[in-house]
Design a protein around this ligand. Sequence first.
Ligand code: SF4
Length: 350
Amino acid sequence: MPTLPRILLVDDEERFRTNLQKMLAAQGFEVTAVDSGERALEEMARQLYDVVLLDMRMPAMSGLEALAAMKKSHPDAEVIMLTGHASVDTAREIIRLGIEAFRRRDPQKVNIPDHQSVALAGFSTEAIVGALSKVDKEDPLKPLIDNIVAGNISGVCLFAGCNNVRITQDENYLVMAKELARENVLLLATGCGAGAFARHGLLTSEATNQYAGDGLKAVFTAVGQAAGLNAPLPLVLHMGSCVDNARAVQLAVAVANRLGVDVDKLPVVASAPEATTEKAVSIGTYAVAAGLPTHLGVIPPVLGSPLVAQVLTQDIKNLFGGYFIVEPDPVTASQKLLGAIRERRAGLGL
Ligand code: SF4
């Protein structure tokens, strides 16, 4: 499992320091607590911390002085200031220190590749149905359903979500897309994850030829030819931003209605392999509530509430049929999603 952030807590008030340390440790964080800015700087020289919680008012070195020193020695340090005496001037000073530290960041660590990729993007629900209607004008969903039933398309996976600095950028997306496509899973993508596929050439017909299983390749080639592409559809169909996931669910609902079942019976899954923001938690919960087994490559920031954690990881399946799969390893995650797809196919007698 991914490790939680290592925290350095800096506060001169012993009772507050001890209580906060206990509360954070109870949530699984590794916390080192010190009582002064000087001790904090010594600690930071000794080992790396993901986050520093820094009290503003301390007797010797103030929080602002400590922040200035930290930003000088560790420009990338994430520091959260704690104070019961906030003022606009102090906030301005903190922002100024952050901007100065940004300028001091090591440019060697910034990698903007000189590389261009081709991407065939922007498949709305209507565009996908439109392409399918070139195969069957009267009943556009029929080719999709027939190929799911025949097993040429084993299932559907919607990739959504962000990049996360804790994971080598794009890696989980790429590994999982190739693993699933090889098993004839039709891939949809929204949000920054779709950007990952665009950067690495997976929104192309060439990627379909290179990575799709035989069944998926045959279907995408037939639909691409019928739609006038003279090539297969791209390996991953980009459906918009991360708030456009309703488009994929709309398609799933249309298929479910045709089959006469609920969405939570379909071989449709979702994945946010590099999720990072709070918005991603709500989007993931939406996918689960829609009935989809939903993979997360990182632990979402929900552990602060035992009730929320329990509902999201245990109770939710009984409520909606969908559930979360938290798995950091992309190959294992692909296997788990394929397992969920096979289970649902078996449930439909396929
Ligand atoms: S929540 Fe933000 S970072 Fe994540 S996919 Fe959406 S836009 Fe990108």
